[in-house]
Design a protein around this ligand. Structure first.
Ligand SMILES: Cc1cc2nc3c(=O)[nH]c(=O)nc-3n(C[C@H](O)[C@H](O)[C@H](O)COP(=O)(O)OP(=O)(O)OC[C@H]3O[C@@H](n4cnc5c(N)ncnc54)[C@H](O)[C@@H]3O)c2cc1C
Length: 455
C-alpha cells in the first residue's frame, strides 16, 4: 500500500512537469518521439534499466549503436547449431538476476564452465608448464582482505576519501596483503584492465569482487538453462518494439533542469526525442558523450577517463586438445606472478561447441584489428603446430577498463563523478560507474538508480 502511494505520487509529480506539446520546428510530429526517459546505450545495464522504468509506469526509448540490444552479451550460432556465448555468459546469484530472467520467463540453472580441464602454457613457445609451477590460489585469504572494502561491489557507495591502500598499484597491494597465490588467477578475471599490476588496486578488486569470487569458487553462478545469454536481450528487444532504436546514435542534445531533447540518427532518418530525463549507459568516454553537449563541469570530469583495449574472438579448426581451456603463463614468476606482458592472448576457452574455441586478447591501448588477428593466429599455430585456425567471429570489446590515475582518485575524482547523477536531468549507469558484473549493475538499478530516478 505504501509502495503504491509512493508510485502514484511519483507519477503525479512527473506528469506535473508536463512536456510542451509543441515540437522543435525542424522536426515533423511523425519524427518526434515524446517519452519520460531516453536511455542511451542498450547493453546490459541500459536494456535492464529501460524495462525496469517501463515496469514502473514510465514511457522509455532506448538508443543503441549496434543492430541489437545486449552490448557485450553476444552469442554465435555454430555450424552444429549450438549457441556459443562470446560475451557475458554467467551471473552471480542475487535477487536482481533471478528477477530479470524470470521477467522474461527464462529458466535459470547453475552455470558450469564448458570444458574438461585446464592447461597452462607459454603461448609464445607452446611449452606447457610443469605441474605445480603455479601456486594454488588461497581465495579464503583474499576474501578476508576484500571484507575490509565492501563498497567495491558498487562504486556508487565509494567512501570519501578512498583508503590509500586501494590507490596502491595492484602489484604493491598483492605484496602488502600477501596475496601472491591469487595474483595469476586474478589477472585472468581482470583481463580487460591492461597491466593489472600497474593499475590502482581499486579497479582490480572491483572486477574480482566478493560476489564474483564466491560464485566462481563455489560454482554458484547462474545462466539461462539454454546457456544462451543473449536470449533475455532478444526478448527484451521484442518487448520494447519500436521503443528500441537500434543502429542509432545521438547527433546532438540539449539538456536543462526540466527536460532533455536528443536528436538521433536512425536507419529511418533523424528523430527528435523529447524526454523528461536522460539515462546514459554507454561507456562515458568524451567521444561518446560529446554529442550530449557537455558543459565545462562535465567535460572537466569525463576527460580524465582513460581506457584499455580488449578483444574477444571465436575460432575453429584449431587442433587444440578437445574440451580444454588454455592459460598463457610464463614459466618464471618474475615480478608479475607468471603473467605475460601486454599485448597478449591471455587465455583460450573450450565452448559448448566442440569445434569452437573462445580467445581473450588484452592490450594497453587499441591496436589495428589485423594486428590482433595475426597475433592470435600465431599463438594458436604455436600451441597446435600444423593447424589452420580460422577466426569465425571477431569482436572489439573496448573501450575497456575505464579509470583514472591514483592521484585523480585522491583528488576526489569519484566524489565529483558521482555528484553528476541527476545534474541537467542526466543519469548514468554502466560498468564504469557501478560494477563490472551484470548482477551488480542490475542490483544497483533495482535498489538505487530507478528509485532515485522516480523521485
Ligand atoms: C568478453 C566479456 C565477457 C564477460 N563476461 C561476463 C559475465 O560472464 N558475467 C558478467 O556479469 N559480466 C561479464 N562481462 C562484463 C560485462 O561487460 C558487464 O557485465 C556488462 O555487460 C556491462 O554492462 P554495460 O551496460 O556497462 O556495458 P555494455 O553491455 O557494453 O553496454 C553499453 C552499450 O552502449 C552501446 N554504445 C556504445 N557507444 C554508444 C553510442 N555512442 N551510442 C549509443 N550506444 C552506444 C554499446 O553498443 C552497448 O550496447 C564480460 C565482458 C566481456 C567483454
Amino acid at each position: 500500500m505504501v509502495r503504491a502511494k509512493i508510485l502514484f505520487g511519483t507519477l503525479v509529480s512527473w506528469a506535473s512537469h508536463g512536456l510542451s506539446a509543441s515540437v522543435d520546428s525542424s522536426f515533423s510530429a511523425a519524427d518526434t518521439i515524446q517519452r519520460d526517459v531516453v536511455v542511451v546505450g542498450g547493453g546490459s545495464s541500459g536494456t535492464h534499466a529501460a524495462i525496469r522504468l517501463r515496469d514502473a509506469g514510465k514511457t522509455v526509448v532506448v538508443v543503441e549503436k549496434q543492430a541489437q540490444l545486449g552490448g557485450h552479451v553476444k552469442t554465435f550460432t555454430a555450424s552444429s547449431g549450438v549457441r556459443v556465448n562470446y560475451g557475458p555468459s554467467n551471473f552471480q546469484n542475487n535477487t536482481a538476476v533471478v528477477d530479470w530472467f524470470s521477467r522474461f520467463n527464462i529458466p535459470l540453472v547453475q552455470y558450469q564452465q564448458p570444458g574438461v580441464g585446464d592447461k597452462y602454457a607459454e603461448f609464445s613457445t607452446g611449452k606447457e608448464l610443469a605441474n605445480g609451477t603455479l601456486p594454488s590460489p588461497d581465495f579464503g585469504a583474499y576474501l578476508q582482505v576484500l571484507a575490509k572494502f565492501p563498497y567495491l561491489e558498487d562504486f556508487s557507495q565509494l567512501p570519501d576519501p578512498i583508503p590509500e591502500d586501494l590507490l596502491l598499484p595492484f602489484g604493491q597491494f598483492v605484496e602488502k596483503y600477501n596475496l601472491q597465490s591469487v595474483a595469476f588467477t586474478i589477472a585472468q578475471f581482470a583481463t580487460s584492465n591492461g597491466n593489472i599490476f600497474e593499475q590502482p588496486a581499486l579497479y582490480i578488486l572491483k572486477v574480482a569482487d566478493a560476489p564474483y569470487i564466491q560464485a566462481t569458487i563455489s560454482g554458484g553462478a547462474l545462466a539461462p538453462a539454454t546457456y544462451d545469454a543473449q536470449s533475455v536481450f532478444l526478448k527484451a528487444q521484442e518487448y520494447l518494439g519500436s521503443d528500441a532504436l537500434v543502429s542509432s546514435t545521438v547527433s546532438s542534445a540539449t539538456r536543462s533542469n526540466t527536460s532533455v531533447s536528443v536528436v538521433v540518427n536512425t536507419p529511418n532518418g533523424k528523430k527528435l526525442i523529447k524526454a523528461k530525463k536522460l539515462l546514459v549507459t554507454m561507456p562515458p568516454t568524451t567521444s561518446n558523450l560529446k554529442p550530449l553537449g557537455l558543459d565545462s563541469r562535465e567535460s572537466g570530469i569525463f576527460s580524465k577517463f582513460q581506457n584499455k583495449a580488449f578483444y574477444t574472438v571465436l575460432l575453429n579448426q584449431t587442433g587444440l586438445a578437445e574440451g580444454f581451456r588454455y592459460y598463457n603463463a610464463k614459466a618464471a614468476a618474475g615480478s608479475t606472478y607468471h603473467v605475460p606482458s601486454l599485448p597478449v592472448l591471455q587465455f583460450i576457452w573450450a565452448t559448448k561447441d566442440v569445434d569452437t574455441y573462445w580467445a581473450w586478447y588484452s592490450a594497453a591501448s587499441e591496436l589495428p584489428d589485423a594486428t590482433v588477428k595475426a597475433n592470435i593466429i600465431k599463438d594458436f599455430k604455436t600451441l597446435a603446430p600444423g593447424s589452420d585456425p580460422q577466426i569465425v567471429v571477431f569482436s572489439n570489446a573496448g573501450p575497456s577498463g575505464l579509470g583514472v590515475s591514483a592521484d585523480e582518485i585522491r583528488n576526489g575524482f569519484y566524489k565529483n563523478l558521482l555528484a553528476l547523477q541527476g545534474y541537467r536531468n542526466t543519469w548514468y549507469t554502466g560498468y564504469a560507474w557501478v560494477s563490472d558484473h551484470s548482477a551488480g549493475l542490475w542490483n544497483h538499478t533495482d535498489a538505487e538508480l530507478v528509485p532515485r530516478m522516480l523521485q
